[in-house]
Ligand binder design. Sequence first.
Ligand SMILES: Cc1cc2nc3c(=O)[nH]c(=O)nc-3n(C[C@H](O)[C@H](O)[C@H](O)COP(=O)(O)OP(=O)(O)OC[C@H]3O[C@@H](n4cnc5c(N)ncnc54)[C@H](O)[C@@H]3O)c2cc1C
Length: 447
Amino acid sequence: MSPHDDHPALNRLPPWVKAKLSSKAVETIVKVHDWVETECIPAEPIMKAQLVENRWKTPQLMKDLRKKAKSNGLFNLFLPKHFGDLSPGLTNLEYSCCAEIMGRCYWAAQTMNCHAPETGNIELLAKYCNEEQKKKWLQPLLDGDGCSAYSMTEPDRATSDATNIACRITREGDTLIINGRKLYGNALWNEDLAFYILMACSDPDNPNQWKRHSTVIVPANSPGLTMKRNLTIMGYDHAPEGHGEYVYDNVRIPAANIILGEGRAFEIAQGRLGPGRIHHCMRLIGQTERAYELALIRCIDQRKKPRGKLIGQFDSNIERIASMRLRLDSMRLVVLNAADVMDTLGNKAGRYAIAQSKILVPEMAANIIDECMQLYGGQGLTQHTALPEMWTYARFVRIADGPDAVHRHQVGRDQLKTAEGFRNRHEAYQRRYQELCEQWGVPYETF
Ligand SMILES: Cc1cc2nc3c(=O)[nH]c(=O)nc-3n(C[C@H](O)[C@H](O)[C@H](O)COP(=O)(O)OP(=O)(O)OC[C@H]3O[C@@H](n4cnc5c(N)ncnc54)[C@H](O)[C@@H]3O)c2cc1C
């Protein structure tokens, strides 16, 4: 029994998860909880106010919180054990517990350098860069100096099948020249953005379609790289990070900026996304818990009494609350299971569990937050609450990092491969039934 067993940071965790947490992890989860509750959530309106002054500059509050989180040992918590001293040594399961708490405030993960796309980018650079590249590009990100973006999606291609990526890299001696268009990747307008990790086509005629693409680092200040506009997500500009729409017009970078080697982008892309996907899901559960809390508060609001009853006194709403609670708890089980499978069997073996999270959680979360807006009434659709932003987050996670439809397709295809085994089993039932009919003198019937 840990002294923290009753702490609100842990009280929604199932017993099998608590049993797997190291005492160091419990301390960290509690610390993250206290950080988010006291330094982040109460400061949300201040962050908004500072952004009004300058939409594309990182607010001073964020800068201060990042410094403070770093000095409190709350930086880079997502880093796996192979980072040595830099890593807090949390398992995926342990970090997932932290990620849910971070998710309670949309930007809290960023205060701890645990936000997307930084976490995925840091892991990519650490895994695939040479020592010189690590010093130049990875170390500043680990230190929290500057940030990076990931650039893969294109407006003119179905990027969920990345073999379609058309943005072109050509080589002239030791220089790479890039031409094409890209969608998404943090906005160039924010001066803290240092570079893009770009996936583009370097060898279109290679007979092996998995070797046609390369991943390269493009400094944000490269001549010829322009951001046409910021993409709004369902009306939100997501400043000061944003999402850019880019044109690469003869952008020149040194060949030394190729990661891992020419034509090896797919090896890199494969290694990038496993843990990041479940971090998004856990943060989303944190957001959904907050939406749920807002709805509960509304249910007992004495000022809101249609037909003389509190919102929470209507039977239909009591059932709604139960359904939300059950779905929230089941989402958590699904994601924690995925984290545990990754810890115990590896990311590859965790493919189904990761897909399960990616398919179920954003859709269910959007549905729950939608119900919360309904309970809240008209105000729930306005800026008086964060519910519309929370819903938008849930909606966009269905597409960001790869559409849920692709995971469904994969799961469905794998499931169809099991059909033959079931047919054999049912044929065995039938044969046994025939034997039993003979034994018991019952006519054998087939349909
Ligand atoms: C908020 C947000 C942030 C993002 N951040 C980034 C970023 O930082 N960097 C970046 O590069 N991209 C980013 N993206 C883009 C995102 O990763 C892509 O939009 C996504 O991978 C899909 O690619 P696409 O838009 O080209 O869709 P397409 O490939 O054109 O697919 C369109 C639709 O077709 C359907 N579909 C596709 N394949 C299948 C299949 N196998 N089975 C069934 N249906 C299928 C899906 O419904 C899919 O949504 C972001 C997106 C959002 C919303």
